[in-house]
Design a protein around this ligand. Structure first.
Ligand code: TRP
Length: 335
């Protein structure tokens, strides 16, 4: 195995926003065209189930996220693009790994600990509303990763601990049953901008400051016009480095465009004009994708077909690989 194997999962909760686009979707789609890597991108719907128990929202979010990745040109010839729940081998591997995962390791997971702490702070029972799904989340994630011998896993900083756990789980298994799993590494893109939202804090659905990726043109313009700025008048010099609007502009701009805009700020561009330019830049980047997105959303069966093809590709690997794992643990034909 000399090729890099890149794999990442997208939890199917919510509607994609500009921050997701800049921070994750765009870099992954660009990477999907690299012929020196083998890549897997999947919709982590069983991870979404941990937080989302509304069936209609589950389906809608899966549809929107799949349509987004396809509309933006994910190379589905090169990369395997599938839905986690279409690969039953992943759940089978999850149980196998669960049986060699230390409970103590899971006790240390940040997300689980934070949920316990919230309960304690609220004077509740520490286990209040905590499901086994939340507790075992890192094992499912390890199965996603180890199933395909992934070597490089692009994730946000908040997921680094999960990658360490996946390595830990793989090592324990390998130590006991022989070298079956590659040890994955987290790839955290430090230079990818963390996009601020309309209020200047990090763009996030939970802060209610996110700009959805596929707003119709007019609404996109409106949303950009609402980004907070200060009260400096037209003609007064402005500091690009403490402006959310500039940070958003910069995430979409070429180096020349960034330089020119920085100069315009120093020369006192009016906030209204800076917003208009920001809108035009973003809209231009998204206009073609938006058309493809709308066409795909109108034809969910086409998306389903693409995901089915991705599942075939993923299972071409997963089925024989899992057969080897089962054999290794002693689940074998008796005759
Ligand atoms: N837990 C990841 C997140 O919330 C999503 C995810 C699920 C994932 N399985 C994965 C990411 C496997 C990388 C590899 O972002």
């Amino acid at each position: 195995m000399n090729k890099r194997t890149v794999l990442t999962g997208i939890t199917t909760t919510g509607t994609p926003h500009l921050g997701n686009y800049v921070g994750a979707i765009k870099p992954c789609i660009d990477a999907s065209h690299d012929k020196d890597v083998k890549s897997y991108y999947f919709l982590a719907d069983y991870h979404a189930l941990v937080k989302n128990r509304d069936p209609e929202r589950m389906r809608q979010s899966t549809l929107e996220i799949a349509a987004t990745w396809l509309a933006l040109g994910l190379d589905t010839q090169r990369a395997a693009f599938y839905r986690q729940s279409d690969i039953p081998e992943i759940l089978e591997l999850t149980w196998i790994l669960t049986c060699s995962t230390a409970k103590g390791l899971m006790n240390r997971a940040h997300a689980y600990k934070a949920a316990v702490q919230e309960n304690v702070d609220a004077g509740e029972d520490p286990d209040f509303a905590i499901t086994m799904g939340l507790f075992s989340y890192p094992v499912l994630m390890a199965a996603d990763i180890l199933m395909f011998n992934s070597t490089h896993v692009p994730v946000g900083k908040d997921q680094v601990q999960h990658l360490e756990m996946a390595r830990d789980i793989a090592q324990r298994f390998n130590h006991h049953y022989g070298e079956h799993f590659a040890l994955p590494e987290a790839v955290v893109e430090e230079h990818v901008a963390v996009l601020p939202g309309t209020d200047g804090r990090k763009m996030s659905k939970s802060y209610n400051n996110a700009i959805p990726l596929w707003l119709p043109e007019k609404q996109l313009r409106k949303a950009i016009m609402k980004i907070v700025t200060n009260s400096l008048e037209p003609g007064e010099p402005k500091n690009p480095d403490d402006s959310a609007l500039y940070a958003i502009y910069a995430a979409f701009a070429s180096r020349e465009q960034r330089e020119a805009m920085r100069q315009a700020y120093r020369d006192g561009i009016a906030w209204g004009a800076a917003k208009q330019e920001t809108f035009e830049l973003i809209n231009n980047e998204l206009v073609q994708g938006r058309e493809r997105y709308e066409a795909l959303m109108a034809e969910p069966a086409r998306i389903e077909q693409t995901l089915a093809e991705g599942a075939v590709k993923a299972r071409d690997w997963a089925t024989p690989f899992l057969a080897r794992i089962r054999k290794a643990i002693g689940i074998r034909k008796l005759g």
